[in-house]
Design a protein around this ligand. Structure first.
Ligand SMILES: C[S@@+](CC[C@H](N)C(=O)[O-])C[C@H]1O[C@@H](n2cnc3c(N)ncnc32)[C@H](O)[C@@H]1O
Length: 239
């Protein structure tokens, strides 16, 4: 699908992860934010980063992502909220970003490092002792079907398995939560809503058949293969 349609698909999403407003506020509280540096690795358009900086005097942010369309959305949102002098954006690979920050977010972006294990080990080099990491990652909340394993790959862990990997990488779990069903259903629905609206307005567009096919497949896979099976945990980790 072309860049224009790809950008449009996510326009109805608040952020690119199953997360309610209230849950986001709780996680920001648990991150114990203060003056200093917050890096968001695999930030997308950096909505949570902007909220963190916006509510914390003296905190400056860096959003790192490889997707220039998402970064442009983040830059525009920072400008609208008067935060452009406090947030910088880097079009860069999260896994090789060589900065250090006392507070780090890495949500839904473990694949940038290659695996959950590689992400948790790599992030331990970014966060100094005494710092905190908000780490969001998928896990099997129920035994997956072959179809679910096919979609999400062979490396997905259970939650106990994920905690073992975090512990082995030197992290202490300071707070644990997981997306609930309403957060998941809202995430899936908003991730489809941009294209559903486009399809309604452009039924004769040559791309419409592909868009409809993608939307139908995504909804079918969600309800048949991974609703209630794929979880998303948010861990506030300390070192
Ligand atoms: C599921 S989205 C999550 C975005 C954001 N953390 C959020 O919660 O809204 C994963 C993000 O990782 C980014 N990404 C993928 N590979 C990357 C890499 N090697 N370096 C940096 N970002 C990467 C994608 O562009 C995408 O924005």
């Amino acid at each position: 699908m072309d860049d224009e349609l790809n950008a449009l698909r996510r326009t109805r999403m608040r952020w690119n992860t199953p997360l309610s407003e209230a849950h986001a506020e709780l996680l920001l509280d648990r991150m114990d934010l203060g003056a200093g540096h917050l890096a968001d690795l695999g930030c997308g358009w950096g909505e949570l980063l902007l909220r963190a900086v916006g509510r914390t005097p003296g905190l400056r942010g860096t959003g790192v992502d490889t997707d220039e369309v998402s970064l442009a959305r983040g830059r525009a949102a920072a400008r609208e909220r008067g935060l452009e002098s406090r947030v910088e954006w880097a079009e860069a690979d999260a896994a090789t970003w060589d900065g250090v920050a006392e507070r780090v977010f890495c949500i839904g972006a473990a694949h940038a490092f290659g695996s959950t294990k590689a992400a948790l080990e790599g992030l331990a080099r970014v966060v100094p002792a005494g710092g905190r990491l908000l780490y969001g990652d998928g896990f099997w909340a129920a035994p997956p079907s072959e179809a679910a394993k096919e979609i999400f790959g062979p490396d997905m862990l259970t939650l106990p398995g994920l905690l073992d990997v975090a512990g082995a990488a030197g992290w202490r779990v300071l707070h644990l939560s997981a997306a609930d069903q309403l957060e998941w259903d809202d995430f899936e629905s908003t991730s489809r809503a941009g294209w559903e609206g486009w399809l309604r307005d452009h039924p004769a567009d040559p791309r419409a058949a592909d868009v409809r096919e993608w939307l139908d497949r995504r909804l079918r896979e969600y309800v048949r293969d991974y609703r209630g099976v794929l979880g998303l945990t948010y861990l506030v980790l300390g070192r």
